[in-house]
Design a protein around this ligand. Structure first.
Ligand code: HAM
Length: 434
């Protein structure tokens, strides 16, 4: 029997529904933030990923699938989306059309890693790339999009960990200080870190082996070496996150695994006990030199990516079901012709505002309408009778909590939106309490 390659897996029909739901949720959120979908090849020229000898990240050095095709071209299966998109951005001169380009992608990536829970050799990423702006607001917007996704999936216990690697001057200064510091502690370093000391000392800070040792905790921190403009950029990002009420934790040792980053770097980490070691759902940062390294004009950029497998695993462990039946936001129950007309009007307003609604079109009695609301998995049921209509009032029931209130006819849309915001993440596609 021929079996699947190590580190790959099949997504069987019963699993596919979860994947399409997750992808639908991602597309809805990208639409709200005005990111447009791009699809680039799954394999690229080797040079797209192996750009220069200074890149010492494990991903580029040890994990890419490289091969010669039948035409003797050196090819690499993409291990991530960013470099391929940067290549497409330059090759298609997208910069000449849009000064700021906001793109997203969903698709398979390939890394020759040691497979374990949450880590496979073929996996799927959802990523965004915002090219052309150095505004800290773009960094904050990208992080907000990431947290919106986490919220939409109903995930709890996810922390935004953030740091700044500053500009080139910052990293150069910090690099020298780190080399001096860790050279003194060379004998205490693990074998990998001794190698990193020569090639990429910042990556020592990523070490999982030494991270709790005293000499490691005492290592100089990058924030003491930020240039004024690096510090200002980072403070502006944090300020924008505060304004959007997005909690974060500044982690001075966060450096990320890829070598193209500058300024903001961040990760979304899940505190889910059963998750295992691979608890980073997604991450990214600013990469202001990648486009010019690929032959394009100097273009500041920011992006991030999530592992879809990890998002699915997290939703499962948090007891959230993605493959549940479709649902709507509001079902309108109308008693009498006038009430039906009025419901039609309110429903139209709600739909224009993005709420999925339904009502009865068969003139059925109240019992049958309640049944239909149930069948449609309505989050809210609005009930309008002649008496309420005379007072411009309507009854609204939250089917998740069973709380019923009487509100003004004109308030329905705002009421539902506020409730949805409060229950964080309940969006079209979520259903009643399980
Ligand atoms: P990354 O941190 O290498 O960043 O990958 C992003 C996410 O992909 C990880 O947080 C993880 O959820 C998932 N992932 C990575 N490797 C595996 C694997 N072997 N198995 C399962 N899931 C995995 C990047 O790829 C950057 N391109 C992100 C970015 C975009 N930075 C700027 N723009």
């Amino acid at each position: 029997m021929i079996v699947k390659p190590k580190g790959t897996y099949d997504i069987l029909p019963e699993e596919v529904k979860k994947w399409t739901k997750l992808e639908d949720t991602i597309r809805k959120i990208c639409y709200l933030y005005n990111y447009k979908e791009i699809r680039t090849p799954i394999f690229e020229s080797y040079d797209v990923f192996h750009r220069d000898k200074k890149d010492t990240s494990d991903m580029v050095m040890k994990e890419t699938y490289d091969f010669m095709d039948r035409g003797e071209r050196k090819i690499t299966l993409r291990p991530e989306g960013t470099a391929g998109i940067a290549r497409a951005y330059v090759e298609n001169k997208i910069y000449a059309v849009n000064p700021v380009t906001k793109l997203f992608y969903i698709g398979p990536m390939f890394r020759y890693e040691r497979p374990q829970k949450g880590r496979t050799r073929q996996f799927h990423q959802f990523g965004i790339e915002a090219l052309g702006s150095d505004s800290p607001l773009i960094d904050a917007e990208g992080i907000a999009l990431g947290t919106a996704l986490i919220r939409s999936l109903g995930l709890k216990g996810v922390t935004v960990k953030i740091n700044s690697l500053g500009d080139e001057e910052t990293r150069e200064r910090y690099r020298n200080v780190l080399v001096e510091y860790f050279t003194k502690h060379q004998d205490d370093l693990c074998a990998d870190c001794r190698e990193r000391l020569l090639k990429n000392p910042l990556r020592i800070l990523d070490c999982k082996v030494d991270k709790d040792k005293e000499f490691f905790l005492q290592a100089p921190k990058i924030n003491s070496y930020w240039t004024e403009s690096s510090k200002n950029h980072f403070e502006a990002v944090l300020n924008a996150l505060k304004n959007m009420q997005i909690p974060y934790e500044v982690c001075p040792n966060l450096v990320r695994g890829l070598d193209y980053y500058s300024h903001t770097v961040f990760e979304l980490e899940a505190d889910i006990p059963e998750f295992g070691a691979q608890n980073v759902l997604g991450g990214g940062g600013r990469y202001d030199k990648l486009i010019s390294d690929l032959g394009g004009p100097q273009t500041p950029a920011f992006g991030m990516a999530f592992g879809l497998e990890r998002l699915l695993l997290a939703t499962e462990l948090c007891g959230k079901k993605l493959d549940k039946p479709d649902s709507i936001h509001i079902y309108f129950i109308a008693l009498g012709e006038k009430a039906r007309e009025e419901c039609g009007k309110i429903m139209n307003i709600c739909r224009i505002g993005g709420l999925a609604c339904e009502m009865d079109y068969l003139g059925r009695g109240i019992k049958a309408q309640f049944k239909d609301a149930d069948k449609n998995n309505a989050h809210f049921t609005c009930i309008l009778g002649e008496n309420e209509l005379a007072e411009f009032k309507i009854n609204i029931k939250d089917n998740m909590t069973d709380i019923q209130e009487t509100i003004s006819l004109y308030e329905v849309y705002n009421y539902v939106i506020n409730k949805l915001n409060q229950s964080a993440g309940v969006c079209a596609g979520c259903t009643k309490k399980e």
